[in-house]
Design a protein around this ligand. Structure first.
Ligand code: ATP
Ligand code: MG
Length: 178
């Protein structure tokens, strides 16, 4: 089995800015600089034999390149149940279009449909019993964060592995956008 997801790579200067947002929240496990990305479509565990079908499906996706703006920060969950701190993405029809193109290509390749609504974000930290007050202050203090516009001319199939010090994401292949 292999664990896969489709994502956009972020340029080094943008990742530097995202790393600069971190800190000040007890119980937060911050995303490593090299791991910062924007998921387009999570795939999950598949048999290795299916990878060529997934590759062919992704290679057949035709969508335009676009620009992306990161905008603000927020959380998934709330209060004591806060699980993730993220950087948001300014409303982006081209990104939603790409997500839909990838989704239908993967479903045609035989993968189960993603039932959850696409919610574009860059994961900044995983939280474990972080004090709600500190999480709230983190979000408030960084409300004006913006990065971009970031030109996006390809998307990438990643393998996700479990390393000793946390997850490791290996880019397997890039797919150009028109
Ligand atoms: P770990 O699960 O080990 O804490 P991780 O969540 O970063 O690490 P994966 O679970 O392999 O690693 O996820 C890879 C990427 O896909 C991450 O960006 C993650 O947020 C995203 N992702 C994971 N599960 C889903 C899901 N069910 N729906 C949408 N995106 C997901
Ligand atoms: Mg996960």
């Amino acid at each position: 089995m292999i664990r896969l997801f489709v994502a956009l790579e972020l340029p080094e200067p943008v990742r530097d800015r995202l790393i600069g947002l971190g800190g000040g929240v007890p119980g937060a496990r911050w995303t490593e600089r090299e791991n910062l990305h924007l998921t387009v479509r999570f795939i999950g565990e598949v048999e290795n034999g299916v990878v060529p079908d997934i590759d062919a499906a992704l290679a057949a996706v035709s969508a335009p390149g676009f620009e992306l703006v990161l905008d603000g920060v927020g959380q998934f969950g709330s209060g004591a149940k806060s699980r993730v701190l993220w950087a948001g993405v300014e409303r982006n029809d081209a990104l939603v279009h790409l997500n839909q193109k990838v989704e239908s290509a993967l479903v045609r390749a035989g993968l189960p449909r993603e039932e959850r609504r696409y919610s574009p974000h860059v994961t900044l930290a995983r939280l474990r019993s972080a004090p709600a007050e500190r999480v709230g202050r983190f979000i408030q203090d960084r409300g004006l964060f913006r990065a971009g516009p970031i030109p996006i001319d390809h998307f990438t199939l990643f393998e996700s592995r479990t390393g000793n010090g946390g997850p490791v994401y290996d880019p397997l292949k890039d797919y150009p956008l028109g």
